[in-house]
Design a protein around this ligand. Structure first.
Ligand code: 5GP
Ligand code: MN
Length: 328
């Protein structure tokens, strides 16, 4: 691992223009890792270019980036990076259709920085550590190698990445290293209270009413082992909200007693997208992978080309196969 970190640091030192990308529908780790890497490159007098097919989600629009975010195939075709850095993608396809095509035809070597299970090591250089709390934690290792400080937006970006993937330092993936990086960021001036205000305040009335409606409509299945929500597009249209408004509600489904798997299934352009969460030994990565998805042991996701109701059925059947159910 340290060897790869120094190889990546050497590649960054040697080259000039870097295309940075992460998984589609980026979360705090994806956006934070991209932002931290972009600020690192600026500090080293390099040129970062960011591509995110689905853009930056509205709840992360406050994140400071040193360059614009490209979102279209035409914009991407016009950029000629020396290197491509793909972050927080369990496989290269997670970067989205446009980026996947670009990766296939580009000669630029790829640096793959990730912490998902079963990453196929698609880069020329692969910094993949499934024990890392977040991709941000791995980016911090590269920043250390290049002897750059965590002050300003760079530090805030690292804090965003790590606190997002650890559920604000609450999940079992919260490493000592995650706390050490956070401590260093705080020592350079970040105020955790102010940071969390930016990340999660100013809820619209529509948003909080949607939370109330969804809490009232949680569905329980498989002898109480599964709690889930079905999220048709029409729900968001009717309530003037978007999926990112309730993305974290799944963590509340997981709190219900005896629930082993929490699930949300939302309607998408191509069918359905599910998120799965679990406790301890219950492995949702395995369940998602058996249907073509992936992620981590306790947090996984999957896209299905099925209408919502059929997707829920297929997911419940897969979960049932994997769980030991206490028959009543
Ligand atoms: P979320 O449920 O928040 O979308 O994702 C949970 C975890 O599963 C994240 O680490 C995410 O990268 C991964 N994940 C989500 N959707 C997919 C998918 O369709 N395929 C794969 N391989 N991983 C996914
Ligand atoms: Mn991550």
């Amino acid at each position: 691992m340290p060897n790869v970190v120094s190889q990546i640091a050497a590649a960054i030192t040697a080259d000039k223009t870097f295309l940075l990308t992460a998984h589609i529908s980026p979360d705090g780790d994806a956006v934070g890792s991209i932002a931290a890497m972009a600020w690192l490159l600026i500090k080293l007098d390099k040129k970062p270019v960011i591509f995110l097919e689905s853009g930056v989600p509205s709840y992360l629009e406050w994140v400071e980036l040193p360059c614009e975010v490209l979102t279209t195939a035409d914009e991407l075709a016009a950029c000629q990076p020396n290197r491509i850095i793909v972050m927080d993608c369990g496989d290269s396809h997670r970067s989205g259709e446009i980026m996947t095509e670009f990766l296939a035809q580009s000669d630029a070597p790829v640096i793959n920085i990730d912490h998902h299970l079963h990453n196929p090591m698609f880069g020329e250089l692969n910094l993949v550590d499934t024990n890392a709390s977040s991709t941000g934690e791995l980016v911090a290792g590269i920043i250390d190698q290049l002897d750059v400080s965590y002050d300003g937006f760079l530090g805030e970006s690292l804090y965003l990445a790590i606190s997002s993937d650890t559920g604000r330092f609450a999940f079992n993936n919260t490493t000592a290293r995650a706390h050490e990086i956070a401590a260093q960021v705080i020592s350079t001036g970040l105020k955790p209270g102010d940071f969390n205000e930016k990340l999660d305040s100013d809820w619209s009335i529509n948003k909080i009413k949607l939370w109330a409606e969804l809490f009232a409509n949680i569905e329980i299945a498989l002898n109480g082992k599964v709690a889930y929500l079905t999220l048709p597009k029409a729900l968001f249209e009717r309530t003037g909200t978007e999926y990112s408004d309730i993305e974290s509600i799944i963590n509340y489904l997981r709190k219900i007693e005896n629930v082993d798997v929490a699930m949300t299934v939302r309607e998408t352009e191509s069918g359905s997208k599910a998120s799965l969460r679990s406790h301890g030994a219950v492995d949702v990565q395995k369940m998602a992978a058996s249907l073509g998805g992936g992620g981590h042991k306790n947090a996984a996701g999957i896209s299905l080309e099925l209408p919502l109701e059929e997707a829920v059925e297929a997911l419940l059947a897969t979960i049932a196969q994997n769980l030991v159910l206490n028959e009543a």
